[in-house]
Write a protein that binds this ligand. Structure first.
Ligand code: RM4
Ligand code: MN
Ligand code: MN
Length: 409
């Protein structure tokens, strides 16, 4: 084992090689926006209404189209059925019109099995068979909606759980989930995917039925081969090694998608990379290392799940997408061949520095260059700010928003 004198740092400066690597990475990177990220939201203590917030599905499509126009990276919009399509299947015609009008496709279909009064003690895990049926029926409707819209992903998040020890039979509820998910899986069309999202707490504070990736993994396996795990970056305990979870899911070909956001304490839904950009970089690195090793693409739906209570919603989304691109591009700069060698030799400092060298690169000039060559605005935020769109919707929507009470919808 020879002595290593060369750290990886400084190997990249903005040169042709960097431009090429970054360009290739960005060409392959798309990220889906959540319709609910444009709506009025708040905390459990109150809601701060924004004059420009979207309150209709048309406005959500319109706002998302602005983000896509500025970044060229977000061709699909995730829909939350109860908030965006209150009449279920009947609303498909309307959504198809909006897809055409705003040149944006409907993305993942998100059932709502947490808001109705019936779901106080759970949905698919509820001890009442009538309520379990109601929840399953709603998710089956979502499968049909996804089929009608040509959406590949159905992404239910289950708020199911309990608040006090001894009040629910946890094992029985596992059985209800297995049974319900098998039935839902059986209704999937070829090519469709059921993404199971886990979350350790909130709204339930004692036990959550799908609390972590292991539970989601086992339930997905039980449901069938078209079921995968969805990792929401905000749904972990402090100090959890999220990239290791991603590595396990990649290893088992069980990662279906991400809900990206950042957090400091709980499920804070802050903008991606605002608190810990290195965390997101490490996740992207695990994925790209896997892709380099296997010479294949990991089939992952990258999605944003954020609610912007204080920041302007469209600007927060543009900031998020740009941050995601920068971190993804930085992860693409890792010298995988060299890293593999160093890992094999257990050359700790050099291996770590190889990773850090990529993380510390300023890819922004290369990202700007990529935008220019793709006919996109070099500075998406500036392009949006000078478009006059925000002023217009602030005028047009202000009145309606003053009386807004509902969250997300
Ligand atoms: C949950 C979870 C779901 C999202 C709802 C609004 O915490 O992240 O994905 O649909 O919030
Ligand atoms: Mn989520
Ligand atoms: Mn969440």
């Amino acid at each position: 084992m020879g002595q290593r004198v060369r750290f990886a740092e400084g190997e990249f400066c903005m040169n042709d090689k960097m431009a090429e690597v970054v360009g290739k990475a960005l060409d392959n990177f798309k990220i889906e926006l959540p319709s609910w990220g444009f709506a009025n939201t708040g905390t459990r203590f109150g809601k701060f209404v924004q004059a420009a917030a979207a309150t209709t599905i048309e406005e959500k499509f319109s706002d998302a189209a602005q983000v896509h126009a500025a970044t060229g990276t977000c061709p699909t919009l995730a829909l939350h059925v109860q908030w965006d399509m209150p009449n279920g299947l009947q609303d498909v015609i309307e959504v198809k019109k909006l897809e055409k009008r705003f040149a944006l496709r409907a993305g993942s279909i998100n059932p709502n099995i947490f808001q109705n009064q019936e779901y106080k003690h759970g949905s698919v895990g509820n001890p009442d068979p009538g309520i379990r049926r109601m929840a399953i029926r709603h998710i089956l409707d979502c499968v049909a909606i996804a089929d009608a819209l040509g959406s590949r992903e159905i992404a239910p998040w289950f708020a199911d759980g309990s608040n006090y020890p001894g009040t629910q039979n946890m094992r029985k509820r596992i059985g209800y989930f297995e049974e319900g998910l098998r039935e839902i899986h059986a209704a999937l069309k070829p090519g469709q995917r059921l993404l199971l999202e886990y979350k350790p707490f909130e709204p339930a504070f004692y036990h959550t039925d799908i609390a972590d990736w292991g539970m989601a993994f086992l339930l997905a396996k039980e449901a069938g081969p078209q079921a995968f795990v969805l990792v929401d970056t905000g749904h972990h305990y402090q100090a959890q090694n999220v990239e290791q979870i991603v590595a396990w899911l990649l290893h088992h070909k069980m990662i279906g998608g991400f809900h990206f956001n950042d957090r400091r304490y709980a499920d804070d839904d802050l903008t991606l990379g605002s608190i810990d950009p290195y965390q997101i970089f490490r996740i992207f690195h695990e994925i790209q290392l896997f892709e380099w090793e296997t010479r294949s693409r990991a089939d992952i739906a990258y999605m944003v799940d954020q609610s912007h209570n204080l920041k302007g919603k469209i600007e927060a989304m543009i900031q998020t997408v740009c941050t995601a691109q920068e971190l993804y591009a930085r992860a693409a700069l890792v010298d995988h061949a060299r890293l593999a060698e160093l890992q094999q030799e257990c050359a700790l400092i050099d291996a770590e520095e190889t990773l850090r060298a990529a993380f510390w690169q300023d890819v922004r000039p290369a990202v700007r260059e990529w935008r220019k060559t793709r006919g996109l605005p070099e500075d998406p935020m500036a392009a949006f700010r000078t478009s006059g769109y925000l002023e217009r919707i602030t005028r047009e929507r202000g009145e309606k928003n003053r009386g807004a009470t509902a969250s997300y919808a």
